[in-house]
Design a protein around this ligand. Structure first.
Ligand code: ADP
Length: 204
């Protein structure tokens, strides 16, 4: 459900700007948007990358699918419309965190291309880095980290991505990680390399 903003609100420009925060932090802020099937490795990777960045004195925060659904999006289900609204709220939150000077890592299946595209378009080019965690569904199902595939196969979970709800792979992501075959360390290294290459972060 989209609630339009009130015509009686006025945007207040801060004096402490994103640029000033970035200068204080000594790194750029950016959104790292991990997408992929359940069990592909989004959360594991986001937290592992965050760990490395934190040790290197970067300001970071992980927005994790399950955690967000406990609070901000607790009222939403898994139908197409609710999934869309889930991603819209997260995108807006990530945009605020960008202004706060934080390297924000989001770990959501975010199955629909159009929703991810909308998230990208909310911010300037370069502020949104889409990372596709590419992993065959067979491998995700073997891992079955949360036991959800088993439940979905037994018909206990409706609209489960990859089984009874579609996953639209990114056409042109900034980075593709073969999370089904490569080690976690290799994948983390590729993300950090990309951040260095983009000039987000120079101290890894
Ligand atoms: P998701 O957040 O995508 O649902 P999780 O991060 O919860 O997935 O689970 C992924 C599982 O796959 C974890 O048990 C993790 O240890 C394992 N794994 C194996 N290889 C990798 C890799 N290269 N990247 C991320 N996770 C991996």
């Amino acid at each position: 459900m989209f609630i339009p903003s009130s015509s009686n609100t006025v945007w207040h420009s801060p004096t402490v700007t994103r640029e000033r925060r970035q200068a204080l932090n000594r790194h750029q802020s950016v959104i790292l948007w991990f997408t992929g099937l359940s069990g592909a490795g989004k959360s594991t990777l986001a937290h592992a990358v965050e760990e490395r960045l934190h040790i290197a004195a970067c300001r970071t925060f992980v927005l994790d699918g399950d955690n967000v659904r406990h609070g901000l999006c607790a009222d939403l289900g898994f139908g197409d419309e609710d999934r869309r609204e889930n991603i819209r709220r997260i995108s807006e939150l990530a945009k605020l965190m960008l202004e706060a000077g934080v390297i924000t890592l989001t770990a959501f299946i975010s199955p629909f291309r159009a929703d991810r595209q909308q998230a990208r378009q909310l911010v300037a080019a370069g502020d949104f880095i889409e990372i596709y965690c590419k992993c065959d569904i067979d491998i995700c199902e073997q891992r079955d980290v949360k036991g959800l595939y088993k439940k979905a196969r037994q018909g206990e979970i409706a609209q489960f991505t990859g089984i009874s709800s579609p996953y639209e792979a990114p056409d042109n992501p900034d980075l593709i990680l073969d999370t089904g075959r490569q080690t976690l360390n290799d994948c983390v290294a590729q993300v950090l390399d990309l951040l260095k290459h983009r000039g987000v972060f120079a101290y890894a």
